[in-house]
Design a protein around this ligand. Structure first.
Ligand SMILES: Nc1ncnc2c1ncn2[C@@H]1O[C@H](COP(=O)(O)OP(=O)(O)OP(=O)(O)O)[C@@H](O)[C@H]1O
Ligand SMILES: [Mg+2]
Length: 451
């Protein structure tokens, strides 16, 4: 239930207390409040509470109206600043109305009033998203380290995609993992938590994972979800991009990618299409690319979760193409197999969570979808939803889903069909596959029809 009065008083109290107490730092401010006060990578005291800042931070549309009826508030007509005429009275008012759950999400106020609610300041601070993971901080860091007027830096920044954890929508709760995957994730979470201990006992070869599996099995999703759940910035780079576009500068670009990751650490550095490395090593590639790949392997050797706080995750669909040199740089290989029957049923339950489906029976659907990946199942669902919409329905039925599975299989058959020697009946317009067959033959041997 929203309570604009309480929301705005909490904001005013937080800004007032934070401005006074030098022992607090940005990690103590709730992320929504910080977002309002970032300026060039810094949050400076005093924090000014105005209609604008209060509204942006709390989402209350007219903050002053919400609190103007209280005895202890005041607004300066000239500057627009909202303040307390009597802060003690405001504190009493707030303490009477807040509950422990809400208070715990605001470390600044836990530092001030936690005792009265049996709340521990360190715990509240540790659960609050750290300032380093804010978009504004990430942007400031990148701006400081790289020159946007410098062409090379510009190009390099185009090659990496940096996301703040709050911008990642996937969480581990949305994904169905194998026990093996869960185990690996647990190990990494523990390693990050006990980083100091690991450094102390000299265990440094930890924190380089290789995700291996066919397309659509959740490799990218799991890497992103880790960033989201662990509050770590996510730095994604597609290796083929780095080496194909800017031939001359490739080795330098590789080094810069690692520099970005170190700057933003603690963070996750995700390298998709890792098999690319193998291809370039084996074949007769351009010397610049070979240099880049060697730089890459060397950079991987030199980066460490324990020392640099960078968790490196590589992903590939073609583990068979990786040579020993690439393979041994990862300390854990995590297998992403196609989901088995019970995983498929669980994935279907998750992706349909927000939907109305009559007679929904995920176990039967799982039986019908042998060989499909998580991504395929999502596609099946999307088809079923769109089909139903063409009949103006937003409630699906089990039959809709079963039909969508059949359509999906037909599509899949088409994909594998040999367009020259294969079953020509399927290529004749007007058959069951008319639309798809037209599209497929256009790309291949459409002129065959001309004679
Ligand atoms: N195990 C799973 N549980 C829930 N959803 C899944 C699972 N596997 C895949 N998906 C869904 O399928 C979609 C594609 O997954 P993702 O992009 O992570 O696959 P990938 O393994 O990275 O594929 P590629 O090798 O093509 O990059 C995502 O929307 C994801 O949510
Ligand atoms: Mg992927």
């Amino acid at each position: 239930m929203s309570n604009p009065e309480l929301d705005v008083v909490e904001f005013l109290l937080t800004t007032a207390i934070y401005s006074e107490r030098q022992d607090l730092d940005p990690d103590d401010l709730p992320p929504a409040y910080r977002a309002v006060f970032w300026s060039d990578g810094d949050i400076e005291r005093p924090l000014s509470a105005t209609n604008t800042t209060a509204s942006e931070a709390t989402g209350v549309e007219r903050p002053w109206s919400a609190v103007s009826g209280l005895m202890f508030t005041d607004r300066d007509d000239f500057s627009g600043a909202i303040s307390f005429t009597d802060q003690e009275m405001a504190e009493e008012w707030y303490i009477e109305r807040v509950d422990a759950d809400r208070l715990e999400r605001n470390p600044v106020l836990v530092a001030a009033f936690g005792n009265e609610f049996d709340l521990d300041y360190e715990t509240a601070r540790a659960t609050n998203r750290p300032a380093r993971a804010d978009r504004a901080f990430i942007d400031a860091m990148l701006e400081e380290a790289f020159d946007s007027d410098d062409e090379d830096d510009e190009e390099m920044l185009d090659l990496v995609d940096v996301r703040a954890p709050a911008e990642v929508e996937t969480t581990l709760n949305d994904l169905v993992l194998t026990p093996d995957q869960e185990g690996e994730i647990q190990k990494i979470v523990k390693a990050i938590e006990h980083r100091d201990y690991l450094a102390q006992i000299g265990l440094r070869e930890i924190g380089k994972l290789l995700f291996v599996g066919p397309p659509g099995t959740g490799k990218t999703s799991v890497a992103r979800a880790l960033a989201h759940d662990l509050d770590l910035p996510f730095v994604e780079v597609k290796l083929s991009m780095i080496t194909s576009q800017y031939l001359g500068e490739t080795a330098k670009n590789v080094e810069k990618v690692f520099e970005v990751a170190k700057r933003l650490s603690p963070c996750i550095l995700f390298m998709d299409e890792f098999d690319f490395v193998a291809k370039t090593r084996s074949s007769d590639e351009h010397a610049a690319i070979k240099r880049a790949v060697n730089t890459l392997l060397k950079s991987i050797d030199e980066i460490s979760l324990i020392q640099d706080e960078v968790l490196l995750i590589g992903a590939t669909n073609h583990p068979d193409q990786l040579d020993a040199a690439a393979w041994r740089r990862f300390d854990e290989i995590v297998n992403f197999p196609k989901p088995d029957r019970s995983m498929r049923a669980d994935i279907l339950r998750i992706v349909t969570r927000e939907m109305d489906i009559t007679d929904f029976d995920p176990d039967t659907l799982a039986e019908l979808t042998e060989g499909l990946t998580g991504s395929d199942l999502r596609m099946v669902l999307r088809e079923a939803v769109l089909e139903a919409l063409t009949e103006e329905r937003t409630t699906l039925t089990q039959a809709d889903l079963e039909d969508a599975i059949k359509d999906f299989e037909e599509r899949d058959n088409l994909k594998n069909m040999d367009m020259i020697d294969g079953d020509h009946d399927a290529l004749v317009a007007g058959g069951d596959f008319s639309e798809d067959a037209d599209a497929a033959s256009d790309g291949g041997h459409s002129h065959d029809h001309d004679h």
